[in-house]
Write a protein that binds this ligand. Structure first.
Ligand code: SF4
Length: 196
């Protein structure tokens, strides 16, 4: 008790008797979210648009379609059942205000763009930056699974693996997406960067 009282005696006080606060240190201002749209387009994206969390649709059925119908289920640590549930994803999305939806005609390119820009945004000062890619991660022939990812800086779960309804999300943003019947059909792949 005596030590506590001694400490209190040394706390500086303002003229009103309140503890004086140290001035906040100057903070670096991160680039505006629009700059990541430009960077995505420079890397080959067809579209990159800013949306709010309310523009992302999540639903329970999405992961169930992963479970029954996708050969990647349970075989990649970025896929269900290891990836976040739609409830977790909804809660996470609502912790952000600035999101960027990235559209490419190539799934590999989407993954490269969003993971590169996640790193850039983080280093720019957007410390919450996080990317969602598309499709199962096939970077390694055999996924390390529970041992831990071989490329943690690169692998991110797909939007759909986390319960995001990619069709509804793309269409709400005015971007194209249709089910594909064969490889000659138009390809539309999407990734999402949560900026801050
Ligand atoms: S990078 Fe390799 S270890 Fe990591 S999720 Fe992808 S396949 Fe699995």
């Amino acid at each position: 008790m005596a030590r506590t009282a001694s400490k209190v005696e040394h706390v500086a006080t303002s003229t009103h008797g309140e503890p004086a606060r140290k001035p906040a240190p100057p903070r670096r201002v991160p680039p505006a979210p629009e700059s990541y749209c430009r960077r995505a387009l420079e890397r080959g994206a067809l579209d990159a648009v800013l949306i709010g969390p309310e523009g992302v649709a999540v639903a329970e059925w999405v992961r169930i379609k992963c479970q029954f119908g996708c050969g990647g289920y349970g075989r990649r640590r970025t896929c269900p059942p290891y990836s976040p549930t739609h409830e977790q994803t909804r809660r996470m999305l609502d912790e952000y205000v600035q999101l960027m939806l990235v559209h490419c005609d190539n799934g590999e390119l989407v993954r490269e763009i969003v993971t590169d820009l996640e790193r850039e945004a983080f280093l720019d000062g957007h410390y919450k930056a996080f990317a969602f890619g598309c499709g199962p991660c096939f970077r390694c022939d055999d996924c390390a699974m529970e041992k831990g990812c071989n490329h943690p800086g690169w692998s991110r779960p797909a939007m759909e693996a986390c319960g995001i309804d990619v069709f509804a999300t793309a269409r709400a943003a005015g971007l194209p997406i249709e089910t594909v019947r064969d490889r000659d059909d138009e390809q539309n792949h999407y990734g999402l960067l949560l900026i801050g």
